[in-house]
Design a protein around this ligand. Sequence first.
Ligand SMILES: Nc1nc2c(ncn2[C@@H]2O[C@H](COP(=O)(O)OP(=O)(O)O)[C@@H](O)[C@H]2O)c(=O)[nH]1
Ligand SMILES: [Mg+2]
Length: 363
Amino acid sequence: MPLDLAIILPTLNERGNLGPLVERIAAALGDTAWEVIIIDDDSRDGTADEARALALANSRVRVIQRIGRRGLASAAIEGFCATAAPYVAVMDADHQHDPALLPAMLESLKAGEADIAVASRFADGASTADWDAPERERLSAFANRVARRLTGVDLTDPMSGYFMLETARARALVPRLSGIGFKILLDLLATSDTPLRVKEFPLQFAARREGTSKLDRAILFDFLAGLYDKTLGQVIPTRFALFGTVGGLGVIVHFAVLSALLFVIGEGFVLAQTAAVLVAMSFNFWLNNWLTYRDKRLKGWGAVLRGWLGFCATCAVGAFANVAVATFLEGKGLFWALAALAGILVGSVWNYALSSRFVWGRF
Ligand SMILES: Nc1nc2c(ncn2[C@@H]2O[C@H](COP(=O)(O)OP(=O)(O)O)[C@@H](O)[C@H]2O)c(=O)[nH]1
Ligand SMILES: [Mg+2]
């Protein structure tokens, strides 16, 4: 039977959830020709191995193991591009999304009732009663309200992670998706030139079966980053804007340390300035690791120490470029403050380019 539906399961440490979920999907879909594509970002708990074991037992299961990459949105995009099925669904692997909705979602798309079928936690008849985190529910409701206001998309749950559409339609949008932060559904809706017709399916949102949520505190940050990326991000790339903001905060830290050492403790300028540089650099490294590169965050003492040393080395080179450019321009007669600003700009672009590759990237 020709393939009808691909179900994309992005996974990060979902080993124990996969087997039971594939069984539930199989039971829900009956004789529909489906495939499951598990997109695993090199989970430490052996999710990819478990996925391969399932694939050996059932040829409807496929695996993509990504090394050195992270991100829910980019995993979904990977799935859109890896399947030949005409329809594609994305769902959580943790059993929060009930596979029993899949057949009705598929039917509605085939009947042309909608361009995209969305399982909603907030539609009439839906429930989040089993959801174990009430603050998450409130946060989602808030993000939904903001999303509706800003995108004009009239949906009860634009932040839903469970939806289905024609694969060709998804793939056509892929080159223009931002793929970072933004929940992928909202990204698809906001990117499409013609408004997509949506049909909502009330979801009985369940508690995660096992393991822990990876998105807890990040949901709002993700959302704002995605929003920025879709608007101003076209002018100044999102990550560079974050990097620059962190750098700006670093200047404040620098002056705080410098003045404390100079005026409170009474140290000499050279020592005070050196200490301030070190503290500011370490602060910037920490904040960038925590925020700017949170999807590639360095963890564990060894990795953090190496990252910190690399960051300091990068900044040293950046500082050199900064001073060289500023001195050159000032020598050419440019107003000193403008020359300094030009130096800062060159230095920060340099720091950004180098550290994104050598500290948080892969060689
Ligand atoms: N491939 C991949 N999957 C991810 C990543 N982050 C989360 N997931 C998976 O995406 C789904 C949704 O994440 P989850 O932690 O359940 O978020 P929540 O439902 O908002 O609490 C789960 O199946 C996760 O395993 C990621 O960076 N890469
Ligand atoms: Mg989940």
